[in-house]
Design a protein around this ligand. Sequence first.
Ligand code: BGC
Length: 255
Amino acid sequence: MIETAQAFGIDIGGSGIKAAPVDLERGDFAVPRLKVHTPERSTPKALAKIVRQAVERFEVPEGAPIGIAFPAPVRPGRPLDFMANLDKSWIGLDVTEVFSRACGRPVTVVNDADAAGLAEQRYGAAKGQGGLVVATTLGTGIGTALIYDGVLIPNTELGHIELAKGKGEAEKYAASSVRDKKSLGYRKWAKRLTKYYGLLEKYLNPDLFVVGGGVSRMSEKFLPYIDVHTPIVPAKLRNQAGIVGAAYYATSKLV
Ligand code: BGC
């Protein structure tokens, strides 16, 4: 099923879990992806089962790299100490070990926004960009990836920074899920995003912002209204970036 120059990618999100074999030359799915809803109780047991079934369903051969994008800071060999949008029973577990055991082989786990950012740097909107790229994903939460001259600084959690004037945590104020829940129009939402990206700009001075997540396919509705000085562009791989980036990251870990 999987050929050379392919790896298997899985993206675990707050609302959906997506998986596909990835063609690493093109940075695209080799065959159409599989998508299932994230179960209400997104426990380690429930997600491990879905991941195993996806690997079986695509008949991923032994030895083919498997990369999993996960919505929390991931440090292999160390217990997870923070979880915002999946079941809290993940805390204390080594995520890489949980999924490796479920698949019966070693897998590579990477933070979902880091995976997406790497994919954009390698294949998408930040291709060839030097200096500091701040890639963000707007979804259930807000994920961030910092990439400097092509090198990832992993596990930044800048979706949780506090905004000024009692507005609270950025992802609770400006994530795409907040726009849905509060039925905010795109322009109103863009005002909230301006506060967020303005703060990132002030403290990080990036050369480029990349805006990803499923909502990036509607970028013309809100991106022009985000008022910052830094160039800001939509992700090219859109919400494929997590899968592609996880697969790419898994192969880069083999060398
Ligand atoms: C998590 C991050 C994740 C982001 C996007 C945040 O709530 O803390 O680790 O990258 O959501 O899923």
